[in-house]
Design a protein around this ligand. Structure first.
Ligand code: PLP
Length: 414
């Protein structure tokens, strides 16, 4: 099947999303305002006011206010994640004169994995990785059991960017509160899909990236509990006087304006939009099932399946607790060797369809996904995996077309 010159079908919305028109207009408007919020003049005051209003809007949206929490704008969630890990561990060491211990899951985003590895390799922290269960979720009891006397931070992602599995953050938050341990969550994949009430989850800090929900690239934030900042006298990782000394560097005013507008627009009719995302995902599964049997990884038994089928589609991620838009799919063939990067290339070059393999941020990497590795996935599963992540601009007819092209691309390989 050839569909050259067709319109692009973009199914990598967990990687990044198309900017909404309202955000483009807002960024464009603010590009011509050169008022630096760190200075004091009419132009600067306009920028300052916009940033302050934006911070208050975000805090209110999360069920907190500026008396108890602060918003720190960053270059993205990568920086926010590194900020909390590095500043908490160095403050703990300074105050307690003891090496701090950090608990993370083994399926965190590469920014958390790499930052913790660097801190550990430099002997700055003790580190515990919590392995996921077969549905890709973290068992809160494993987190509880990992707590030590010197645990200075628990950092567990809300929803995984590859599998889409949503963790039981409420339960982990209760445990952290009981044991009086600061609790951070990388909320990048969930923030744009639900109103995140910070007190409900006992969260002390969250990382957010705006380009995951129709807002500009290169802008993110860390929302942090003021008690944590004061008690630990936290220092930022980029020095300077801006943003209360916690994040140096002149604020990216147009990006902040566009981010707030994009967030605003994204949350209009969000439950209806989420329902539509779920419909796209269910339609995709329904169409694929016409060609091959589908089995969830949590029910997957390699030996049994091998005796029954030559080829099978495996969905990796929780059946019940998953992002509405995410489908991590592996074509498992016991007869032929499937190559997911080749599959991705064919879909893109021949059919104009964009999907991801593994983590969007590591698509260029030859290394297999650490998420699948830590879920104990077999080589067959790793070889055939692609991630489909739908967005608000996708349509049902794109799903039907994708399935036809996917079947052709697979048939080219087997
Ligand atoms: N955390 C998660 C779960 C992500 O999916 C990503 C990006 O894919 C990031 C962090 C990094 O965000 P940013 O691109 O804003 O640095």
């Amino acid at each position: 099947m050839s569909v050259s010159n067709s319109e692009l079908i973009y199914f990598d919305n967990n990687g990044t999303t198309k900017l909404c028109n309202e955000a483009i207009k807002e960024v464009t408007k603010w590009l011509s305002n050169y008022g630096n919020p760190s200075t004091d003049c009419k132009l600067a005051n306009k920028s300052k006011e916009m940033i302050n209003c934006g911070k208050n809007y975000i805090l209110k949206h999360c069920g907190v206010n500026s008396n108890n929490y602060s918003v720190i704008f960053t270059s993205g969630a990568t920086e926010s994640n590194c900020f909390i890990l590095r500043s908490m561990s160095s403050a703990y060491q300074k105050i307690n004169k003891q090496k701090p211990h950090i608990i993370i899951s083994a399926i965190e985003h590469p920014s958390i994995m790499a930052c913790c590895k660097s801190l550990y390799d430099n002997k700055c922290i003790d580190l515990t990785y919590i392995l996921p269960q077969s549905d890709g979720s973290i068992d809160p009891m494993d987190v509880k059991d990992a707590i030590k006397k010197n645990t200075c931070l628990i950092s567990i992602m809300f929803a995984n960017n590859e599998t889409g599995t949503i963790n039981n953050i409420e339960e982990i938050g209760k445990i952290a509160k009981q044991r009086k341990i600061p609790f951070h969550s990388d909320t990048v994949q969930i923030f744009g899909k639900m109103r995140l009430n910070i007190p409900k989850y006992n969260l002390d800090a969250i990382s957010v990236s705006f380009h995951k929900f129709y807002s500009p690239l290169g802008i993110g934030l860390l929302i942090i509990n003021n008690n944590l900042v004061n008690e630990y006298q936290l220092e930022g990782i980029i020095n300077g006087t801006q943003q209360g000394g916690l994040r140096g560097g002149t604020e990216s005013v147009p990006n902040i304006a566009g981010a707030i507008k994009g967030m605003n627009v994204n949350f209009i009719n969000r439950p209806i939009k989420n329902k539509k995302l779920k419909e796209l995902k269910l339609k995709c599964i329904e169409e694929l099932e016409k060609y091959w049997p589908i089995i969830y990884y949590e029910d997957f038994d390699n030996k049994q399946i091998k005796n029954k089928f030559d080829d099978v589609l495996v969905i990796i991620g929780s059946k019940t607790n998953c992002l509405p838009n995410t489908l991590l799919l592996s074509f498992v063939s016991f007869k032929s060797k499937i190559c997911n990067t080749q599959l991705k290339k064919t879909l893109e070059s021949k059919y104009n369809i964009i999907v991801a393999v593994g983590s969007a941020c590591s698509t260029k990497s030859k290394l297999a996904s650490h998420v699948l590795t830590n879920m104990n996935a077999s080589d067959e599963i790793k070889r055939g995996v692609i991630r489909i992540s739908f967005g608000d601009y996708n349509k049902l007819k794109e799903v039907t077309k994708f399935v036809k092209c996917y079947v052709s691309a697979i048939n080219e390989q087997i």
